[in-house]
Every structure is written in C-alpha cells, then in structure tokens.
Design a binder for this molecule. Sequence first.
Ligand SMILES: Cc1ncc(C[n+]2csc(CCOP(=O)(O)OP(=O)(O)O)c2C)c(N)n1
Length: 366
Amino acid sequence: MRGVVDPASISTEMIQMLAPDGSFVGDGDFEIDLKEEDLRQIYRHMVLARRADQEGTNLQRQGELGVYTPLLGQEAAQVGSAYALSERDWIFPSYRELAVAMYRGIDPSSVMHLFRGTVHGGDWDAREHRFAYYSVPIATQMLHAVGFARAAQIEKSNIVAITYFGDGATSEGDFHEACNYGGVWKVPVVFFCQNNQYAISVPLSKQTAAPTISAKALGYGMPGYRVDGNDVLAVYAVARETIRRAREGGGPSLIEAVTFRRGPHSTADDPTRYRTKEELAAWEAKDPIARFQTYCKNEGVLDDDFIKSCDDEGAQIATNIRASIVGAGPRPAIDLFNNVYEEMPETLRREYKQYEEEQSAREGDE
Ligand SMILES: Cc1ncc(C[n+]2csc(CCOP(=O)(O)OP(=O)(O)O)c2C)c(N)n1
C-alpha cells in the first residue's frame, strides 16, 4: 500500500554459499576471491579458536577461572568476518570474540587472565592488535566503534571499524544511538550482530518484534544483510562487501549473522532450563567447522595431514593457556595506577605515593 512500510514485505532469507552438508550453493550477488591457502587458514583459525575456547570452559569448571563466555558454534561468524578486514582496521568486541582476538594475534591466555581476574580489562596491546578491550556492558562498544570511525573519517585514514554484538544488544539505547549517528554521518563502520538466538535466557522472539535484525538497518538509512552465520564463506563475502563500502565512503552497514550459541551464555548459566535438546541438536547438525571441512575436502584443499596439524596446534595452544593460567596470582595492585592515564594527574599521584608508603610499611611488618 502506498505510504506504508510493511514488516511482512521484509525478506527473511539468508545469504548462503555453503549448505549445511558442505555442498556449494553460491550466491550470484557475491563473489569469493579466496585462494586455496586462504581457505586453509580460515579452517585453521576456526579449529584453533574452538580448542582454545574449550580450554576456557575446562579451566572454569576446574575452578581456575571465575567465569567464562564460550563461543562454541560461532566460529564461522567470527573468523569469516575478521578475515575480510585489512590489518589496519580496528575491532571493537563484546565479551565472546575469542576467535577474532586470536585471529589478530592476541595470546588467548591474555583473554583468560581477564576471566581469572588476574588483570583488569585485558593485558593485550590494543593498539598493536587493533583490537579494543572486551566490553561487558551490552552495546557500549558500538559507540566506541562509531566514535573511532568518525575520527578515522575526519582524518581520512582509510581505516574501517567493525563492532561485534549480540541480538540482545539491539534492544539497547546504545545500539540505536550508534546506528543513528553512524547513519547520519556515514561513518566507516560495520555493525556485526551475531544473532545467536538468545540473550542469556531470553529468546529472540521475546527480544524483538522486528521481522529480522537486519531489517533494523532501514531505520538508520543503511543496508542490512542477513547471512547464514554458520557458513564461513557467506560471512566472509558479506563482510568484505560491507567493509569495502565503508572504506569507499559509502557509510555503515548492519550484518545479522544467524547462528547459535551452543554452550551456556557463560559458565554461570544453565541453558537446559530454557532450551530443548532438539533445538541444540538441530544446530549441531549445522556445525560451521564440519561444514567447511567437507567443502574444503571436496575441493581438494584440505588433506588429513593439514587437519592433524591444526588439531596438534590447537592442543599446544590449550597446553600453553593452562600453563599460563593455573595458579596465577594477582598482578601488582600498583598497575591500577599505572594503566589509567598517560600522564598521571596530581590527585592520583598523591594516592599513588600514599599507596606505596602503606605497602612498604606492610612489608616492614611482615
Ligand atoms: C548494559 C547491560 N545490561 C545488562 C547486562 C547483563 N547481561 C550480560 S550478557 C546479557 C545478554 C546479552 O545478550 P546478547 O546481546 O544477545 O549477546 P550474547 O551474550 O548472546 O552474545 C545481559 C543482559 C550487561 N552486561 N550490560
């Protein structure tokens, strides 16, 4: 009808390249420019992330981490999107992006220390890896990404920012503010939603009345893409397109990667209380790594030796994480003073001095 935007007319189809059985279905609107070595590296990164992630859960269950937020099932969404970035682009994650962190060369132990509480905020070098610190307050990182991208735009630096968030985050005011500002100013940012179907125990159907998350893009004057988030090739293709668009001055995009969080929300959560075995089994059958492995084997890109070398590398990473985490003590409290300001203000300097004096008096007493 004239003058009406009808939610019923919004497409709920997903962009897909690989069917769940690993056969190539392609999508005429998107091209894949990946060489065989790229395909192997994408496979490798997904396998390594899954193994490191498993170690996070194991360590929490053994009492070595306070809490952990597993990414099991979301490997394709994370690796496919990260692979499409240039090295100079910046990443603004939430608290589940271990695969993206590892892809950017961050030692997964650094992420685990955050969950052990040995370090506050994270101890990787955000500038070196162009990977900002984890954001636990939902959707706040979206604003950081938009602010950063606006600065990149003013400086004409040709840098794109991508920000990761969940389906629940799209109900936050910060989501609206970030998308609105991004759309108005056409900033070079990609809003990457991992729609993993639940915000802790809240299912998508209770989260939003929108026909899709991607449809929300319309309200901000940007394109919205709905992609099979367990299909690493489709995620890569869509991310590449939106990153290119942002870099060329075309403004932001919203990607909805449709996936499933197969583990608990965090290790403090019991998902059996709000979802069924059947639902989980249906998503296990759409496993992103198995699907891509089948495709790559059929293409003659992956052989058993390479698959084994990835598994061995994953096992070594898990051993290294364990060695770094088990029994690790707290970092010196003085770090709290050192890592806040580039130049310490006078008030803090006084507290620093006081802390040092009290500390040496305490040591004198012992
Ligand atoms: C501002 C804010 N409100 C509430 C919370 C508590 N909380 C932690 S995770 C979460 C659900 C987030 O779900 P979603 O955005 O879908 O991301 P997912 O965890 O599924 O990746 C909530 C409500 C929080 N961390 N921050």
